[in-house]
Design a protein around this ligand. Structure first.
Ligand code: PEP
Length: 257
């Protein structure tokens, strides 16, 4: 396991007051039971970033502030969009790129994912590249090839210097928000395939798993899933559950070093 990390994707949940409360609650838990190894990040909605950033700074929480998306362009006539420079000014250190909900609901294709990834990683921020197959692909046995193609499309043109800033999040669509979690063996197999695709492209990256991760299944996944951490949706909206997932990974990392 490389340096382990857990990121919470709050999606379109929590207004700025609720976001501040959740960050403070998480801060209390992290102070009470600190993590030894795991890097923790939170990805609030854009409108909450400023408030969450203030809490992280004021309470010295050491959390990585993450954005859920960013526009590929620097500035200009892109109504409703947010630029990377705006995020950097707010202390954002990581950005989710190509989350399946952006791909599926908002037309983010492989080419746009690649351009966005290049912008984020090229600017020195951590880019969390989300990949994963849907149920039809999985049932047809095509999951390894599908994800390999997503990776190649996103990464092939990435500048050498930007590569170290990429983290891959394997998120099978059939497991996101469904309560159906992938078996650790399925995660391990897909992670192995992802690593071999990355190696074929000449680099290595941490690989997270996302899809209905909870405090209950995190230990098994961390132990047997051959992964470097988690991207957590639903469970990241509850401080105790999210902290328990982080602790499960922390314990697992400590016992395998
Ligand atoms: C996600 O949206 O990235 C995710 C993994 O969601 P959930 O944990 O709710 O399945």
């Amino acid at each position: 396991m490389r340096s382990p990390a857990v990121y919470g994707n709050w999606k379109m949940n929590l207004d700025f007051v609720e976001a501040v409360h959740l960050t403070q609650e998480l801060g209390v838990l992290l102070r009470r039971t600190p993590l030894e190894h795991v890097e923790v990040g939170v990805a609030p909605p854009f409108v909450d970033l400023r408030s969450v950033s203030s809490v992280i700074e004021a309470d010295r929480l050491g959390l990585v502030l993450c954005a859920q998306h960013v526009n590929e362009y620097e500035a200009g006539a892109h109504t409703g969009e947010v630029s990377l420079a705006m995020l950097e000014r707010l202390g954002v250190g990581a950005v989710l790129v190509g989350h399946s909900e952006r791909r599926r609901l908002y037309g983010m294709d492989d080419a746009l994912v690649a351009r966005t990834l290049a912008r984020v990683a090229g600017a020195g921020l951590r880019a969390i590249l989300c990949v994963g197959e849907d149920l039809a692909v999985r049932e047809a046995g095509g999951e390894a090839a599908f994800v390999a193609e997503q990776l190649r499309a996103a990464i092939a043109g990435l500048a050498e210097g930007a590569r170290a800033r990429v983290t891959v999040a394997y998120e099978p669509l059939w497991a996101i928000g469904t309560g159906v979690v992938a078996e650790p063996a399925q995660v391990a197999a897909q992670n192995e395939s992802i690593r071999s695709t990355l190696a074929g492209l000449g680099f290595d990256a941490p690989v997270l798993y996302g899809g209905s991760v909870t405090a209950e299944n995190a230990t098994d996944l961390a132990r047997d899933g051959a992964l470097d951490g988690f991207l957590v949706g639903g469970a990241s909206l509850r401080a105790e559950a999210f902290h328990a997932i982080c602790r499960a990974l922390d314990d697992c990392y400590a016992s395998t070093r």
